[in-house]
Design a binder for this molecule. Sequence first.
Ligand code: GLV
Ligand code: MN
Ligand code: MN
Length: 417
Amino acid sequence: MREAHQDAVARVSEERLWRRLMEMAQIGAIPGNGVNRAALSKEDIAARKVLIGWARERNFEVGVDAIGNLFVRRPGQDAAAAPVITGSHMDSQPRGGRFDGIFGVLAGLEALQAMDEAGVKTRRPIELVAWTNEEGGRFQPCTMGSAVYTGARKLEDFLEVRDNEGVALRDALWQTLTATPGLARRPVNAPAAAYIEAHIEQGPLLENAGKTIGVVTGIQGLRWFNIEVSGRTDHAGTTPLALRQDALRSSIQIIHALHELTRDATDTVRFTVGRMLVTPNSPNSVASHVLFSVDVRHPDPATIAGLGKAVEPAARKAAGPCAITVTSTLHDDPCVFDPNVVDAVERAANALKLPSMRLPSGASHDAMYLARVCPTGMIFVPCEKGVSHNEAENAKPADLAAGARVLTAALLELANK
Ligand code: GLV
Ligand code: MN
Ligand code: MN
């Protein structure tokens, strides 16, 4: 590694990174050390303002695009060159932890600040991005910001999506954009030379192997569906069971059938129903309408394709007397990261003498979409017992700083190509 690059890496501050992580963890803090910072909520707006403040302290230009992806730019010597981008997301699950997403954003800020303090110049600009609505906890599907940025989906596809309270994404987005005025307006689909995202692993492999750095090789594929089951509401005390069209009972039968469909002795298939809205949701009325989510994942392209196709027929067969509508909300095939970026991450870990291993990602990330438009990779750091999407999510300050150092070194390599 060049001397100037070594200096930048050495300026990555474990203390500052941890302090910022803990400050962000106050925004939307919930009992049990967790965070609830839904996309485009007032907590998301507050987190955006803090990030913008930190970026402006360093005189970095801050910009935003039409879906609210927030960009912080450190110029390069060649202003016309496409930037190398790093980042992740600031929204969380409803009962999320202090590191999922926000670590990648603050590690990126740490990298930019360390480069600035070292006075290191790069040929390409380097941009930090906080993608809008990665989690999909409030508005479905997940990874919306990166889907729009990469042209995989259109902004218009998402504007009428509503949260559980009926708020349209269009309105929440408008509120977010007007609450953070004065930002440079960026086009969506701006070109990127490369993308690297730092993230906690969200699984136990690094911790079990005693490794500090995960060199991520790709992300497994997934399918999301909304299944709406329509029946008829009736009196719970008087209506004979044989005459009912009970939407909740049919939903349970469908979910059972999908469990059978996805049964896998190797425990590789992932199947989750995590969201269910019941109408009228009263103990003594038969449910007339149920909407529930389906999340299926697998690393093998043919397997996930086969499972994805089988969901609707299996659901129809099990629906009993109710009518169903099955809507696909997300369709992502497994992705394999660019070998040059994977190698750059591994080289950085080796140069810093950090124990590393290659591994695939079970969780989905914005990097999945970026991989469609530019050379992409990810850096994982261990999290305690692999726990994530849970208030108890935890990571060690030294591991997080190690991840930020690897990120800094890898960004410097890619930004000088
Ligand atoms: C992202 O949090 C995912 O669902 O994998
Ligand atoms: Mn995440
Ligand atoms: Mn997550």
